[in-house]
Design a protein around this ligand. Structure first.
Ligand code: SF4
Ligand code: SF4
Length: 296
């Protein structure tokens, strides 16, 4: 369903993303429900030639794409340069109903959380495809890197598990958040979120990054205190040393996914996210940090 103007500038793209999610038939927590999966999104833009993307080859994985590498996979004959590209990122925040249910859980995901992990991510996939279609129809070439057939998870790099395009890192580049102790992206709408991205051939201006460092909005890194996410993790996958990805993955694959299939949805879903609720960064930048003067 086309619910927005032809997207030729950043305001139109943002309006398109908002309009898609504002349509109840496109934003349901499960088929037939009147309850939304996601609250209103937050949208940001990074320039395709932002050097931060080259730095991700070091900080994420050598196989991580730059925006131009992703764009060339979608448009192999393109003559576009990195400077002609924009990366659009959006944050999909969990609703209060989802966060409230999940906050009460200690070991296993709530049903609502599992629903957004399944149907909410399907909505996110549909949103990526819709936005790309609308942009292309308006004469703006675009692709969603994680929807490309070449996109893949990679193992064995500096961070054990990574992918060829990290939407959280693209959102960080687009001014939408910084990383927490648990690796989640802490945004102005909190850490209980999902992220979507696309790359467009458009000379749109970047959203300013209102932070100097990639961990500025985590209380632990900013003040040395907190660690609430450590206490929320039932798998022992979080510590002051950070996120033990293999341990987290083993818990999700071995415990929560079978539980969701057996007890909640009748299908396996890689849902956990207990470290994203019941913490000071659940629904915004921790209040204690908002009172401090900005660094840098
Ligand atoms: S719960 Fe505390 S330590 Fe963990 S990511 Fe949030 S602010 Fe950082
Ligand atoms: S997703 Fe679950 S297992 Fe992984 S770190 Fe968070 S709470 Fe722990």
């Amino acid at each position: 369903m086309n619910t927005s103007p032809s997207p030729r500038d950043p305001q139109d793209v943002s309006a398109l993303i908002h309009a898609f999610l504002a349509a109840p038939e496109q934003n349901r927590i499960e088929p037939g429900s009147l309850e939304p999966a996601w609250d209103a999104p937050l949208v940001g833009i990074a320039r395709g030639d932002d050097p931060i993307f080259e730095s991700y080859k070091v900080h994420v994985d050598p196989r991580h794409w730059t925006p131009l590498e992703a764009f060339r996979l979608a448009f192999p004959n393109t003559d576009a340069t990195a400077a002609e590209l924009a990366v659009v990122a959006w944050i999909l925040p969990q609703t209060e109903a989802v966060r409230r249910d999940h906050r009460k859980e200690k070991e296993l995901p709530s049903r609502r959380w599992a629903l957004t992990r399944k149907y909410g991510e399907e909505i996110n996939a549909a949103l990526r495809d819709h936005a790309v279609r609308e942009l292309c129809a308006a004469g703006v070439q675009a692709c969603a890197p994680v929807r490309l057939k070449d996109w893949t998870r990679v193992e064995g790099g500096p961070f054990v598990f990574a992918s060829t395009w990290s939407e959280r890192h693209a959102a960080h580049a687009a001014g939408l958040g910084t990383f927490g102790l648990c690796d989640g992206l802490i945004t102005p709408l909190g850490k209980a979120i999902r992220v979507g991205t696309l790359v467009a051939r458009a000379a749109w201006p970047a959203t300013p990054r209102p932070y100097a460092g990639h961990r500025d909005w985590c209380l632990f890194f900013a003040t040395g205190k907190c660690g609430a996410c450590i206490r929320r993790c039932p798998a022992g996958a979080l510590s002051t040393a950070g996120h033990d990805k293999p341990r987290c993955k083993a818990y999700i694959r071995g415990v929560t996914s079978p539980y969701v299939e057996r007890e909640l949805l009748g299908a396996p879903v890689n849902a956990c996210g207990l470290c994203q609720t019941g913490v000071p960064c659940e629904k915004g930048i921790p209040a204690a940090l908002l009172k401090r003067p900005a660094k840098g």
